[in-house]
Unconditional design. Sequence first.
Lengths: 363, 275, 269
Amino acid sequence: MKHRWLSAILGGTLLLSLLAGCGGPGTEFDGTNKSSGNSDTLKIYNWGEYTGEDLIDNFEEEYDCHVIMEYFDSNEMMYTKISAGDSYDVLIPSDYMIERLMKENYLQPLDKEIITNIDLLADDCRGLDYDPENTYSIPYFWGSVGIVYNKNTVSRDDLEREGWNILTDTKYAGRLYLYDSERDSFMMALKALGYSMNTDNEDEINAAYEWLCNVNDTMQPVYVTDEIIDNMINGIKDIGIVYSGDAAYILSENPDMGYYCPDQGTNIWSDAMVIPKNASNPELANLFINYVLTYDASMDNTETVGYTSSNADVMADAYGEGGIYEGNEAYIPRSGCEKDEVFRDNEVLRKKLSELWIKVKAK
Amino acid sequence: MKQFRSMAYPYVAWISVLIVIPMLLIIAYAFTVEGTAFFQGQFTLANFARFFSDAVFIQVLLRSLRVAILTTIVCLLLGYPAAYAIARAGKRSTFLILVITLPTWINMLVRTYAWVGILQDDGLLNHLLGLFGIGPLQMMYTDFAVVLGMVYNFLPFMILEIHTSLSKMDPSFLEAASDLGANRTQAFLRVTLPMSVPGIVSGITLVFLPAVSSFFIPKLLGGGQYVLIGNVIESQFLTSGNWSFGSALSLIMAIIIMLSMFLTRRLDRNRGIDV
Amino acid sequence: MKKKKFPLTRVILAAVIAFFYLPIVYTVVFSFNSSRSLTHFSGFSLRWYEKMFSSSTTMNAIWMTFVVAILATILSTIIGTITVIGLSKCSRPLRSAVGMINDLPIMNPDIVTAIGLLMFFATMEISKGFVTLLLAHVAFCTPYVMLSITPRLRTLDPNLADAALDLGANPWQALWHAIIPQLMPGIVSGALIAFTMSFDDFVISYFVTGNGVQNISILVYTMSKRINPSINAISTLVIVIITAVLILFNLIPMIRDRAMARRKKEETA
């Protein structure tokens, strides 16, 4: 009895796998495009769930091509695959990683003759420190890092007076989430101490380490990543370190929450589109970058994902009357604060942080 | 039966290519200066020195071993009776095995997120406890949550392995034992348990080995501060980009675990013979 | 002997099954959540199912996951069974060497196996995609299969095959009719574990695949901060598919038995 049962399973699976060999829905086992007549294929390597709902479909239709999208979850994951020689047409990494890719000669200059929409970029995210002329990169989304706090239980005065040091204020012990990322945590620590977040001075880095250890020892923080969004929406704790795009979503779901960027300065981050040297279809890649900059595509992106658009008009409209983030204080990254900085690729800091961060948490 | 011997050779070739060569690359990295590729030939012992010179890494390793051992014990205590009941279920045992396995085909991340929702401060379990006037209890970000998540993930393997060795047992053995005057407990200790030792050892292997190096469950249910060796290794590769130290860590871990597995198998060999 | 109708072991089994299915039920319920949250239910909605069915990337990934898992399970089960039988006739040093090497992929954090394979494929300049994905899956599934079969083989009477040979069977008949059936429970649990490992693998798959070939886990894990109940919808669909297949396989032999019984009746009548 048992045996017949098993042979049925085996037979069935064999049949299934035969079927599989003949192709399922979509039939893209090797990524070659069999369905459309045009042989143009664009391979994009992007963060998961980071594009507008219809953007890819519309682009495929308009340029009669086929888009393959693969995803990453951290810049380093992406870097690992790129350094192993994988080829893509468009990547969308973050600031410091773009600088590293530039330094290590992985990128090719953009074709400004094709990317005419570059004029639509918001001033504040144009020509950022890592790529002053936008030679290699065009911002996709951008934002800041700040503190999401419960307006009913955390006093705005404390926030404004203490800035990042509110994380050492034992009044709020046990009520805070930290973001489990070495870069962002050391950023707050360095800023709280009045240093540059791109420092390579060992004393400053060690002081930041002490600051974080102090937070860890006295404040019972919980280090989370993605869950912070849900948890802050549900008001489980009162203070959380959050990216502005996620903060905008939290604020729109829970009106009790507010967003604050300390005057001590913060990280202005950006994820930008670049074309690797080994891209197989650079022309289409340039066309894609130009397409993303258009009003419609950028609007689709910001509406679906909720992060701040790099297109000036879209940014204004999403924040303005009738926009999805009407009057949301986290949507528009502040400009003009001199202490705000952009992450740079800095090998000394990178090594030091990886060494120290584990020690902060594992104590 | 020498003709069967050759059946093992293709696999020996296969693992040489797909397991041994990649592992040798990792070993090469463990001895390489941080930030350089191994073929640049800058070798060092600094990665190992760093591990042993800092108490924090040893603490992390000990904590990982503790959690893994705890998980293995709980899995054994729950898994053995469950497997025993399945083996006793006669015709329905195949069905029960599938019932046990089905949940493992749901993505681990999705299942673990479900546990987050259940154990959260304002989650399902605390709501239920609230009905009885208990709580709310802080369960997230505790040892309890991490071990629970690990047991949830690895228990099916323990049950499968133990069931495999129990299911071949002939009921007539037990009858013979009771004919010879053994009571149920004696029959179990003298007949059933020794016969299932190989299954227990396989089960322990399948729970303990992946539990030591798991990183996702502690990260989600224990929070970022719940650092286990798997998290350190993962972050060396995926966030710090320090392949050399990550490789050295995994090598140290591998050696320690190999030793403990070697001892476990000795136990199996000794117990296995007197069956 | 029969006074205990529900012995403790059965109570534990029932509790274990309840424990296994609680999060599954939770997952299914949240696939109907109207908000983006995975932990707080705010209303009934089918939006995540719409999203899933309208995304060809998602549907392709589900398909790919099943294809790879099924092929990897079949291949690794066959390879594992053959090897275990072969190894049992080999010298002890070789056996323990293979055993130790087999422990490596089980014990190493996935990322280590993944980086090893990534470097290996990069050095060999093998283009990444379906083939590399399948190879990697077979590579890390086979040790699990072998681990499951070995204990059964160890308790097998070593003279079984010889007895079959003495009775006039050729070696392959002896293998197929005498040894394999004895190993069957081990083979089955090995295959089940292999399927699980392949179906649920993220890290290794991520680094050995390319050219748009993705499985469910890759989609789910890279969803990152914008995680939403569409992963619950995917899981629910997977549960439905697997349950349907299992019911089907349960029913076919049953229907056939009935039909045969009826025919027999008619013949005798």
